[in-house]
Design a protein around this ligand. Structure first.
Ligand code: SF4
Ligand code: SF4
Length: 112
């Protein structure tokens, strides 16, 4: 399952710096997906998926691998002093799927 960020996030920004796939964005920062790739997109009128947050950092699920094969546990979870990064129990993903996502992300031009 990918990670998600809770409302107790204090916007310190540490997790964004550490994420190996740039899956974490600051609150209010926009993005969009084109041909299976995510792009930054600054337009307040954009319709966002429900993980997007205006007020605190958020994680784009399709870019989160739970750090599988990179760290013993999600590095955002390890680093967050507020326990703000947690697994999203409503969106389960198998290990096989997470490894496939990792492989896909690492073959993208520019990697992240
Ligand atoms: S989730 Fe935690 S580490 Fe990330 S910005 Fe919020 S408080 Fe900081
Ligand atoms: S678990 Fe890893 S890949 Fe997912 S958002 Fe956190 S740091 Fe990024």
């Amino acid at each position: 399952m990918p990670m998600m960020i809770l409302d107790n996030c204090t916007n310190c920004g540490i997790c964004e710096i550490l994420c190996p796939y740039s899956a974490i964005y600051a609150g209010g920062v926009n993005w969009r997906k084109i041909h299976n790739r995510y792009f930054m997109y600054c337009d307040e009128s954009l319709v966002h998926d429900d993980f997007w947050s205006r007020v605190h950092y958020y994680i784009v699920p399709d870019k989160c691998t739970e750090c599988i094969g990179k760290y013993p546990e999600p590095i955002c979870k390890t680093a967050c002093t507020k326990d703000g990064c947690v697994q999203d129990a409503d969106h389960l993903e198998t290990e096989e799927h997470l490894y496939a996502k990792k492989q896909y992300l690492e073959t993208m031009p520019g990697y992240i």
